[in-house]
Write a protein that binds this ligand. Structure first.
Ligand code: KIV
Ligand code: NA
Length: 275
């Protein structure tokens, strides 16, 4: 399948659901591409699921560059979105553009994603007008979750729901070509999807969106700390992996592994001439 470009995603609206998945390394990217996802997100969730940080706030530009390069090597044909880490866009338009350009040049990613609504529209406009495709992210924004009362569903009151509607609209008006809606009620996500003229991608936002995204480690059950309600696990890799590793430990201790099939032989005449 040829690699998507920005207009292709708009063209998919109403025809076919857009499937986004995160990936953080070469092996994961190979699997995501082989599975046929439409686009890959190198999310700053990597800080939690891969690096073990307490939150995504600690993720650096260097972390994003390191992992996105590996993803790019594993998924050459995929459209890749990279998250702007916390702090990389907050210190002014010039810094935001410099960091976005740096991320794209260093990694070969196709687009950047920025968390926030009305408060980040100047940044989104500046980057889009400079030729950088931008994905928005509104609703629950993990980088600023501490202000939102933690990791919980957003937009339950009239005031909050109205703000999220305004945020989504503002992000689209500023030039974002796609927006992620995270952890909001399904009917609100539907309303936003009907109003916007760019594709909406949901995570914990119900079924009425143009597409869906999940975190690789959640989909495959790799992350043991917690699983949000909106995640569907398609495998339990943590459990499977631990059991497999326990068997490896047992087999080494009991001498079952390595067997003859894992070992190299040598001609008797060669062996017999050693002294
Ligand atoms: O970092 C991430 O994985 C994300 C998705 C959850 C949208 O931003
Ligand atoms: Na993110």
């Amino acid at each position: 399948m040829p690699k998507y470009t920005v207009p292709d995603f708009a063209a998919l609206r109403g025809k076919q659901k857009i499937v986004m998945l995160t990936a953080y390394d070469y092996a994961g990217a190979v699997m995501a591409e082989a599975a046929g996802v439409d686009l890959i997100l190198v999310g700053d969730s990597l800080g939690m699921v891969v690096l073990g940080y307490e939150s995504t706030v600690f993720v650096t530009m260097q972390d994003m560059i390191h992992h996105t390069r590996a993803v790019k090597r594993g998924a050459r044909e995929s459209f890749i979105v990279v998250d702007m880490p916390f702090g990389s866009v907050q210190t002014g338009l010039t810094d935001a553009l410099r960091n976005a350009v740096h991320l794209i040049k260093e990694t070969g990613a196709d687009a950047v994603k920025i968390e926030g609504g009305e408060e980040v529209v100047e940044i989104i406009r500046h980057l889009s007008q400079s030729g950088i495709p931008v994905v928005g992210h509104v609703g629950l924004t993990p980088q600023t979750a501490v202000n939102l009362g933690g990791f919980k569903v957003q937009g339950k009151t009239v005031q909050d729901a109205q703000q999220i509607l305004r945020d989504a609209q503002a992000v689209a008006d500023a030039g974002a070509f796609m927006v992620v809606l995270e952890a909001i009620p399904a009917p609100l996500a539907q309303k936003i999807t009907e109003r916007l003229n760019i594709p909406t991608i949901g995570i914990g936002a119900g079924p009425h969106l143009d597409g869906q995204v999940l975190v690789y480690h959640d989909v495959l059950g790799f992350f043991d700390r917690f699983t949000p309600k909106f995640v569907k696990q398609y495998a339990q890799m943590s459990k499977l992996g631990t059991e497999a590793l326990q068997q490896f430990v047992r087999e080494v201790r009991t001498g079952v592994f390595p067997g003859p099939e894992h070992s190299f032989s040598m001609k008797e005449e060669v062996l017999s001439r050693l002294y």
